[in-house]
Design a protein around this ligand. Structure first.
Ligand code: NAD
Length: 369
């Protein structure tokens, strides 16, 4: 296997703490599973602003462009609330997403049996839940022009955002969803509002056409976005892959993720288009932020970041069996009752960030035989 280049951008707050555990897990796979990897580290976010006066440097961007995958911890914190807008920590995230053209955001909602009682829904509704939300990330109403607030006289103002999608934008995100569905249960639910939005009609037609042309083996269902919200809390296990636009994806992925319990458990991937060699740019990160309230205390849950590495094994490095092994190790650790503070339950053993990392590594070694 060729050596894979990973750029680690741990960021601020708990970012370096949780990424430290990811590096230990990467080290385990390098040693035990012939996973050849070279790691580089760079600053981004508030820590980068403190040193360089910007949220991310051009050098780091160049390295990100060349990496097989970027692993991001999280950026931001109250100490940078007053820095100029264009160099605020979040600008690093936006630049990475934009310059790497990461148009597909994948957020799994996976419910580990040991944590089924942490969900706000009944155990039987969420136990074994495994949904993948595929959100279009670079188009739609967050980016469409015109986008403005204008004075229209008589003390009135008018705010405008524009929802706009083209066929090629719709087809490339739908392709990601269909390809994923083929590796899962072969079922895609496409979500829009074709009853009231022209972009919804286009979305419906283009996704249907792509399926007829190239993915007749995948079951395709269409659902209105408001109904999808309702169905996610009524009967979430009916879904496999959900594909939707930027705005609806923002909402639906947050609803779906909370079905599974804590922010500290949620991984994500953002993928770009494949180039002529078949390589797609990719960034992996936990859904949570820098958790300033617990930063530096050694108590953050590293599982969201570790599961993000499992996604990288599956979607960038094509090591699906390694990803399965890592997810099993997390499952086994939770089944033994180990919990960080955010997922603590009565009768369980409370551990810190490093101890959680130790336990997952021990399970990996045991499962590896
Ligand atoms: P947050 O996700 O950082 O924290 C929300 C709550 O969840 C906090 O109580 C925190 O302690 C807890 N939490 C989060 N991750 C945890 C983990 N791994 N283990 C245990 N507990 C965990 O969200 P916030 O408080 O709204 O934001 C804090 C900062 O992070 C802000 O500056 C925000 O802009 C930034 N942020 C960054 C990203 C990113 O870099 N992708 C995402 C969201 C927020």
């Amino acid at each position: 296997m060729s050596t894979k280049k990973i750029l680690i951008v741990a960021g601020d707050g708990i970012g370096p703490e949780v990424m430290g555990q990811v590096e230990r897990v990467i080290g385990w796979f390098a040693k035990h599973r012939d996973f050849s990897v070279s790691l580089e580290h760079e600053l981004a976010g508030g820590c980068c602003y403190d040193v360089h006066g910007v949220a991310i440097t051009d050098t780091t961007m160049e390295k990100a462009m060349k990496a097989d995958a970027v692993f991001l911890g999280a950026v931001g914190g109250p100490q940078w609330d007053h820095v100029p807008y264009e160099v605020r920590p979040e600008a690093a995230l936006l630049r990475l997403r934009k310059d790497l053209e990461l148009f597909a955001n994948l957020r799994p909602a996976l419910c580990f049996a040991a944590l089924a009682d942490a969900s706000s829904l009944k155990r039987e509704l969420v136990e074994g839940l495994d949904i993948m939300i595929v959100r279009e990330l670079t188009g739609g109403v967050y980016f469409g022009e015109p986008k403005m607030i204008e004075d229209i006289g008589n003390g009135e103002r008018r705010g405008v955002d524009t929802q706009v999608y083209t066929t090629s934008e719709i087809r490339r995100i739908a392709e990601v969803a269909f390809e994923l569905a083929r590796k899962r249960s072969g079922h895609v639910t496409s979500v829009e509002k074709r009853n009231v939005m022209r972009t919804g009609v286009l979305w419906y037609e283009d996704v249907s056409r792509l399926r007829a042309e190239r993915y007749p083996d995948v079951k395709l269902e269409h659902m209105l976005a408001d109904n999808c919200c309702m169905q996610l809390v009524r009967d979430p296990k009916q879904f496999d892959v959900i594909v939707t636009d930027n705005l609806f994806g923002d909402m639906l992925s947050d609803v779906a993720s909370m079905l599974t319990g804590s922010l500290g458990m949620l991984p994500s991937a953002s993928l770009g288009a494949k180039d002529s060699s078949g390589r797609a740019r990719a960034m992996y990160e936990p859904v949570h932020g820098t958790a300033p309230d617990i930063a530096g205390k050694g108590i953050a849950n590293p599982i969201a970041s570790i599961l993000s590495f499992a996604m990288a094994l599956r979607y960038t490095f094509e090591r699906g069996q390694c990803a399965d092994l890592l997810e099993k190790a997390v499952d086994a650790t939770l089944a033994k009752g180990l919990r960080t503070g955010d997922i603590m339950q009565a009768g369980m053993t409370k551990v810190g960030t490093v101890q959680m990392g130790d336990a997952i590594l021990a399970e990996l070694t045991q499962l590896n035989g």
